[in-house]
Design a protein around this ligand. Structure first.
Ligand code: EPU
Length: 441
């Protein structure tokens, strides 16, 4: 298994192009199932998750072609001309929870879908009961059989009023995609307002869907009988944006983030400013600048958008580890999202968990260590921590990072990081590179 070796302790300076958002790309790809015309997605990130969902869609009969090799220049065509299979098997769905996003579009288009239940994952049990309740409200008959959800709507889905009992991002996306082809009007209350949901709604509109209230928690959808293809550009990744902004913060550097927007991370940017960072908007994005001295401690509570994103919680914890003072980080979205804590502790961090709050006493310097994480955001928090330590850190299980960070090593090394992927069986030692850097001053 590949690893990433990092020797940190250097301020990162340079430019990073932010990729298209993973969590926008995945529902957008599934929206291709709603039409027999091609959907072309531009700014599609080249990520393991995108290709995994691409194979789920191919299995269902969607003709998929990818083009372009560079960040921001990658696009794909998804053409669900038909015939479309209604069944997504366990072997494909188990690789990625987001495959459950095929459920709404399949039942909307075919009146029948059989999709393997995704099961829990490293950050929590993550049920899909609300997705199923929403489909039931639209008139689908739901049965659970041998680990599969079977959704049937022989006479098509019918418009309804449905209030999400709690906020769910992919739940809102699934039900929205089902409602656009339902007969009559659907009113969805307490919807997630994450930018990725808004991006999906805009793409569906471009495909001919009738949706009002986009960007708010109440969506009103007037069903149409068919949708057309379109060309749509995926929104920039706000989690990648926040992660690289924090790379500038933790190393005391200055990174020019392009192809993104500071407004995508409202609460994170405010928090980082309170910790000592500064931001300046530019024509193409913004500049994130670390403090000249130490970062300051902070109190953070994760919340649905526009609150502090749970997907940035692990990363800001890395910053809190070296900040001056005691930080409190409360995770309210997932019940088991502190898997990075023992690994950060291996690097010398002083963290105590009290219920769903982590209490972090900032220390001056983190040590290098071999570390490993069990999910994507936890893994990247270890990369951030490693960038702050002048010793060598080896991050194991890099495949987590490949799920959600396009060209991570290239983007960071372009800003002066000493970071290298160690392929299985490779013997090259980057401490030599580090010595060269030191020798070069
Ligand atoms: N929930 C239920 N029942 C449901 C659906 C959700 O109880 O039917 C619970 C979840 O267990 C969780 C909470 O509701 O406790 C919120 O979960 P949500 O449904 O919003 O999460 P998700 O849609 O499965 C998306 C992102 C996650 C991100 C969360 C929260 C995608 C593909 N995934 O997941 O991204 O953490 O929203 O913002 O959009 C990541 O990218 O690393 C990642 C995990």
């Amino acid at each position: 298994m590949d690893k990433i070796k990092i020797i940190g302790g250097r301020p990162l300076t340079g430019q990073i192009r932010i990729s298209g958002a993973k969590n926008a790309a995945l529902p957008l790809m599934c929206a291709s199932l709603l039409t027999n015309e091609p959907l072309i997605l531009k700014n599609l990130p080249r990520l393991a998750d995108v290709f995994t969902l691409g194979s789920v869609l191919s299995h269902l009969g969607v003709k998929t072609t990818y083009q372009g090799e560079t960040v921001g220049n990658h696009q794909a065509t998804f053409h669900a001309k038909g015939p479309i299979l209604p069944e997504a098997p366990y072997d494909l769905v188990r690789k990625m929870r987001a495959s459950v996003l095929v459920l709404g579009p399949l039942v909307a288009r075919l009146g029948y879908a059989k999709v393997s239940l995704p099961g829990g994952c490293a950050i929590g049990t993550r049920p899909v009961d609300i997705h199923l309740k929403g489909l039931e409200a639209l008139g689908a008959e739901i049965t659970l059989e041998d680990g599969y959800v079977i959704a049937q709507a022989k006479n098509g889905l019918k418009g309804t009023k449905f209030s999400f009992p709690s906020i769910t991002v992919t739940g809102t996306e699934n039900i929205l995609m089902a409602a656009v082809l339902a007969q009559g009007t659907t009113r969805l209350l307490n919807c997630a307002v994450e930018p990725e949901v808004t991006d999906l709604a805009h793409c569906l509109q471009a495909m001919g869907a009738k949706i009002e209230g986009i960007g708010t928690s109440v969506l009103t959808i007037t069903g149409v009988s068919s949708l057309q293809g379109t060309i749509y550009s995926v929104l920039p990744d706000r989690i990648e944006t926040g992660t690289y902004a924090m790379a500038a913060g933790i190393t005391g550097g200055e990174i020019d983030l392009i192809g993104t927007d500071l407004d995508l991370i409202p609460t994170a940017s405010q928090t980082l400013e309170m910790m000592g960072m500064s931001f300046k908007k530019t024509a193409q994005g913004f500049i994130a600048k670390g403090p000249s001295g130490r970062l300051q401690a902070a109190e953070i509570v994760t919340d649905p958008y526009p609150g502090f994103a749970t997907d940035l919680q692990a990363q800001i914890m890395a910053l809190a580890c070296v900040a001056e003072g005691v930080s409190f980080i409360t995770e309210t979205i997932f019940e088991n999202r502190f898997m990075h804590v023992p690994e950060l502790a291996r690097m010398g961090a002083d963290i105590t968990i009290k219920g769903n709050t982590a209490v972090i006493k900032g220390i001056q310097h983190l040590k290098g260590a071999p570390v490993m994480a069990t999910d994507l955001r936890a893994s990247v928090s270890l990369v951030l921590a490693a960038l702050a330590s002048s010793e060598e850190t080896m991050v194991n299980r890099v495949y987590h990072l490949d799920r959600g960070y396009e060209e991570l090593e290239n983007k960071l090394s372009a800003c002066g990081a000493i970071i290298e992927r160690v392929r299985e069986g490779s013997t090259h030692d980057i401490s030599e590179t580090a010595h060269t850097f030191k020798a070069a001053g």
